[in-house]
Each structure stands twice: as structure tokens, then as C-alpha cells.
Design a protein around this ligand. Structure first.
Ligand SMILES: Nc1ncnc2c1ncn2[C@@H]1O[C@H](COP(=O)(O)OP(=O)(O)OP(=O)(O)O)[C@@H](O)[C@H]1O
Ligand SMILES: [Mg+2]
Length: 421
């Protein structure tokens, strides 16, 4: 007898139109509680439409692992679907690069799932100013990330420098940038600050020092990486931000979010014109952005250099076809809009009450009690999770499938462990 697959994130109309085409395999339904359970029906997730998927759970429960499954599965889709999608992973821990390598370590586990180890042709991108470090450390990469100083607004600089735009330094910053035009460098900004006659030397020095330190952030060049480099049809790009401070990561993510949004808004227009004109002109495919430790980029309290542009993606990204996979240990610390706009949640074990409470904002109609009950009934296995589907307003306990590519984020162990299922 054929096993009925469970589909999450797809509405009944799309189900009728596309069936299970363009769905990815997340894992299997867990039936039973605690240690008395078995794995049953496959659980599939829609990736044809834009979604916001919140991936949560305590440390070491499988969040990054599950998010990487989404990227693996998108890369395994048939060409006609895959070529309309791209994946951009923001790697805060330096763990996703290993997707190029097959997961030979878990051969037996993969066998049980009827799967094989598989490396993926991902594109590892590193900040342009840090290439010496990667070269010396013998870490291979496929491209670099750079932005032009002239791309940044006064607000971008102020948020990254942590200065108030209404204080003397902020006022000097804004006045300086207004005087510059074209493709200016950090040196040009420093020269312009020097020339300012309306600010005292102490403030000028303070701002100059910040710009001198910005040269060491490793992201500036007179040429910016075109956004198309990150968003190749059918491709996955992994941007390693793990070596940078949080203020710089926020800036990078803010700029990238802005560019992805603009690129997709204009691509969407071309796509619609192509529908009218009948020719296919798509350049930048629909995008899945997968982001680890997202509560640091868009915290519930305070504003970072990523906040404004990420909130645009969250609130307005559906129409231009931008999906987000937001990974966090602490949903309660994440900006409320990110939670309330999520239409799916993959929640691994989570015990802190404020974090569990935060999840209820995703499914207003669902009883928080049920979410809690499902999460507490999960077997104590890595990769076990509750999937909340706002579309069907249902909850499923699942075991996320094993990775086919190598997961570099494993916790170090003093003794070699064997898989438990
Ligand atoms: N679906 C799964 N199947 C098998 N093993 C898994 C699965 N998910 C996670 N694991 C195991 O659990 C380990 C921890 O997973 P992962 O790195 O995703 O944790 P995390 O929740 O992202 O933790 P952190 O909050 O510290 O980043 C993995 O290295 C892997 O060994
Ligand atoms: Mg992780």
C-alpha cells in the first residue's frame, strides 16, 4: 500500500494544480510519544510559493541541520523547478561550507532512510578583505563579497558605528556624506571630514577613527559583488560571516537584503511582462534566504543595520518571491514581525516558557497548550521537531531526515557516538 505523504505549506488550490510537484522531503511523521514512537508517513514542504519558516529549538537540537536540509532539497529538485529558485545561506558559525562534501559518516543512517551521501555544488563566498586569512588557513572558496563605501547611507554607517545620527558625530557624518558623490572611498570620506570647518577636532578625530577601523572590516572595495553572483538559478551561495563582528554582519545582511529585494522586485516586473509578451526573460530567480542566529540581526529590542531591510523582506517579500528560513534558539528575543509573519515553524525541543509563548503568535488560532504538549511529547532525538503549518492550522511531530552532505556543525565529542535510530 502506498504511504500517504503529508504536505505542509501548500494550499488546497495549489495542491489541486500542482499535486506534490515542487515539494521537498523534510522527514517522517513521528507517531507515539517519548521513547515509544515510530516513524511513519513522509512529510513534504512546499517551496513553489514564498514562505517564512521559523526554525527554533534549544542548543544542539538540529536547527542548523534542518535548515541545511531545505537547501539540499531545493538543489535536488527537477531542473524546471530548480532553475526558478536560488538559495542564499548566511553562515554565522562557519558550518555550511561543508555541504560540498558527502556525509559518508552517516552512511548507515542514510541507508535506513533509503538515501545516499551526496556532496552539493554550493558556492562558498567569503568577505573580500579576509581572503589572506582563508588562503593561509588553506580554506577554499569560490567567490568574494564586497561592497562599495558609497553604497552605504548615513544611517547604515551610524548603526554600524553605533552612533546617534542627532549627536555631533552623526551630524558630521551626514554632512560629510552629502558632500561626496560618485564611487568614493573611505579615504575620500576621511579627507572630507578633515576639511569640515564646523566641527571641533575632537569629534573629527573620533569619526575619522571609526572610518579607519572600518577599513579592517574586510568588506570594502571599489567594486561591489553583483547580487546575481549570490542568486544563480538552481544554485546555493553560502556567505561566511563567521569571522566578523556582529555590527559588520548586520551591515552585510542589511545591504544584501536590500539588494535581493530590489533585484527580485525588478525581476518580478520582467516576469510579469514576459507573461504578457510571451518571452522568458527571468534573470534573478525566486530566492530562499537561510539565516542562522537571526535574533541577532533583527532583535525584539533595538535596531541593527539589518533591521530595516530585513523587515522589508519579511513584510513585503512575498510578492517578489522571497522566502526566509529564520533560525533562532530564542524566538522570544526575535523581532515580533518575524514571528507573526512566519507561516511555518519547525520547532525542535524548546523548554523556556517565554520562547514557547512566543510561538503562539504564529498560530493565533492554535492553543498554546497544544504546541507545548506536542513539543514536550517529542522523543529525545536530535532532529525531532514539531512542524506548525499555519496554512492548514495543523501540528505534526516529525523526525527530520539525515543530511546527505556533511554537517560541519556537530558538537565535539570525547567518545565516538553511534546513531540511535
Ligand atoms: N535530523 C537529524 N538527524 C540526525 N542527526 C541530527 C539531526 N539533526 C541534528 N542532528 C545531530 O545534532 C547535532 C546538532 O545539530 P545542529 O548543529 O543543527 O544544532 P543547532 O540546533 O543548530 O545547535 P546550536 O543552537 O548550537 O547552533 C548535529 O551535529 C547532528 O549530529
Ligand atoms: Mg546551529
Amino acid at each position: 500500500m502506498a504511504v500517504e505523504e503529508i504536505v505542509v505549506g501548500r494550499d488546497p488550490d495549489d495542491m489541486k494544480k500542482y499535486g506534490k510537484k515542487g515539494c521537498i522531503f523534510l522527514g517522517k511523521h513521528i507517531v507515539g510519544k517519548g521513547s515509544d514512537f515510530h516513524l511513519t508517513n513522509p512529510v513534504l514542504m512546499d517551496v513553489l510559493r514564498p514562505h517564512i519558516v521559523l526554525v527554533t529549538g534549544k542548543r544542539g537540537q538540529g536547527k542548523s541541520y534542518s535548515a541545511a536540509i531545505i537547501a539540499e532539497e531545493i538543489m535536488k529538485l527537477p531542473d524546471d523547478i530548480k532553475s526558478n529558485l536560488s538559495c542564499l545561506m548566511i553562515d554565522t558559525m562557519g558550518i555550511f561550507w561543508s555541504m560540498k562534501n558527502p556525509n559518508d559518516n552517516d552512511l548507515l543512517l542514510l541507508n535506513k532512510w533509503g538515501m545516499k551521501p551526496l556532496g552539493f555544488n554550493v558556492k562558498n563566498i567569503v568577505p573580500v578583505g579576509l581572503v589572506d586569512f582563508y588562503d593561509k588557513a588553506g580554506i577554499a572558496y569560490d567567490g568574494t563579497f564586497s561592497i562599495k563605501p558609497s553604497e552605504l547611507s548615513a544611517a547604515d554607517w551610524a548603526l554600524t558605528f553605533n552612533i546617534d545620527i542627532f549627536e555631533p558625530l552623526g551630524i558630521l557624518l551626514e554632512r560629510t556624506l552629502k558632500k561626496l558623490s560618485g564611487n568614493y572611498s573611505i579615504e575620500d570620506i576621511i579627507d572630507e571630514i578633515e576639511k569640515d570647518s564646523r566641527t571641533d577636532n575632537k569629534d573629527k578625530m573620533a569619526l575619522e577613527n571609526r572610518f579607519v577601523s572600518a577599513k579592517g572590516w574586510g568588506i570594502f572595495s571599489d567594486k561591489a559583488t553583483p547580487i546575481e553572483e549570490f542568486l544563480e538559478p538552481g544554485g546555493t551561495a553560502i556567505l561566511d560571516v563567521s569571522l566578523q563582528e556582529w555590527n559588520v554582519r548586520n551591515l552585510m545582511v542589511g545591504i544584501l537584503s536590500r539588494e535581493v529585494y530590489q533585484a527580485r522586485v525588478s525581476a518580478r516586473r520582467q516576469e510579469e511582462l514576459a507573461v504578457i509578451g510571451g518571452e522568458d526573460v527571468k534573470k534573478v530567480p525566486m530566492t530562499w534566504i537561510i539565516m542562522d542566529e537571526v535574533h541577532n540581526f533583527i532583535p525584539d529590542d533595538g535596531v541593527t543595520a539589518a533591521t530595516k531591510d530585513m523587515l522589508t523582506l519579511i513584510k513585503q517579500g512575498r510578492q517578489p518571491g522571497i522566502s526566509l528560513v529564520l533560525i533562532t534558539q530564542r524566538p522570544n528575543k526575535l523581532h515580533g514581525d518575524a514571528i507573526s509573519q512566519s507561516d511555518m515553524v519547525i520547532s525542535h525541543r524548546l523548554t523556556a516558557k517565554p520562547d514557547l509563548d512566543a510561538l503562539s503568535a504564529v498560530m493565533q488560532t492554535y492553543l498554546l497548550f497544544d504546541i507545548r504538549k506536542s513539543i514536550s511529547s517529542l522523543p529525545r532525538l536530535k532532529g525531532a521537531a514539531v512542524v506548525l503549518d499555519d496554512n492548514s492550522e495543523r501540528l505534526f511531530n516529525i523526525q527530520v531526515r539525515p543530511r546527505q552532505s556533511w554537517h560541519a556543525g556537530a558538537s565535539p565529542v570525547a567518545i565516538k557516538e553511534k546513531s540511535v535510530y
